[in-house]
Ligand binder design. Structure first.
Ligand code: FE
Ligand code: FE
Ligand code: ZN
Length: 283
């Protein structure tokens, strides 16, 4: 399952119906990994935690070349809000989600670090690290990923240095990693068309071993726009060939690549087929 020839490629599937239903949807579009929201993005009801469904999924997913899942926390999860109720929701949702993730050991739980809403980046970083130090446990089987952000508004995580500062303050650092979103880092000012330079900088600031998953998106906006508007792979401001180079980059081999492009099922199937063809032709 983890040869260096593995190419794990998937997209965000709807969580409805549980794990086997998600796997069926993903596989029908040619994906061999997938992402899903652990609860609806507005923060309501969580994905149903059904042990027999999860057991069937674990058995199903262990055969053949299948990549680790990249679950996504709700957008409303903000550990560094200035409102006590919002911070409390972050703590509860994180705790519940990590418990549910134990049904699928060895996967990733990705979250947007947070928005400091005017309290300052330093205060934001401190609050995010404090939450992680509350909810991570030594015996968990999930790796928690900080997502690289576009730096929109008061978002924390628009610079690699900010993610590094969070990681530095987490006691159980071995449970942590980073998910790099190509749209976000482009909007944040990093040149995705020269991925060697981006990864060299990532390695110097955070360390490449911490880079565990990729969100593969094009951007509607110019580099440095700090906007965070995703585009289809072949329709944005990033040269599509640069995105092919990203999935083929030797330093990223074996990571799951997740599409978060504005597509319907047919559009995802087409992007998956295109990327896999390019990867196989030139790998
Ligand atoms: Fe995200
Ligand atoms: Fe993303
Ligand atoms: Zn985004």
């Amino acid at each position: 399952m983890s040869t260096n020839r593995a190419f794990y490629l998937g997209y965000h599937v709807s969580a409805s119906g549980g794990y086997m239903a998600m796997a069926g949807r993903a596989e029908s579009l040619g994906a061999n990994t997938f992402a899903f929201f652990t609860r609806n993005p507005r923060g309501g009801a969580a994905l149903k935690a059904d042990e027999s469904d999860a057991a069937a999924f674990r058995a199903h997913w262990s055969g053949g070349e299948k990549g680790p899942l990249v679950a996504h926390a709700p957008y409303t999860l903000n550990p560094c809000s200035d409102k006590e109720g919002v911070r409390e929701f972050a703590r509860l949702a994180f705790t519940e989600d990590l418990a549910r993730m134990e049904l699928t050991p060895g996967c990733f739980y990705n979250f947007h670090p947070g928005s400091h809403v005017g309290q300052g980046t330093e205060a934001g970083i401190a609050a995010i690290a404090a939450l992680l130090n509350e909810v991570l446990t030594p015996d968990m089987h999930t790796t928690v990923l900080l997502e690289t952000m576009a730096g929109k508004g008061s978002e924390v995580g628009g610079r690699f240095e900010e993610l590094r500062e969070i990681l530095d303050r987490v006691t159980l650092r071995e449970k942590m990693g980073v998910c790099l979103d190509t749209c976000h880092v482009w909007d944040g000012g990093y040149d995705v068309e020269d991925m060697d330079s981006v990864l060299t900088e990532f390695d110097a600031v955070i360390g490449l071993s911490r880079l565990r998953a990729m969100h593969l998106n094009n951007s509607l906006n110019d580099r440095g726009s700090r906007k965070d508007r995703h585009a289809k792979l072949r329709e944005g401001r990033i040269d599509p060939e640069a995105l092919v180079r990203v999935v083929r980059h030797p330093a990223l081999a074996g990571r799951p690549f997740i599409l978060e492009t504005p597509n319907d099922d047919a559009g995802y199937a087409a992007e998956i087929a295109w990327l896999r063809e390019r990867w196989e032709a030139e790998a």
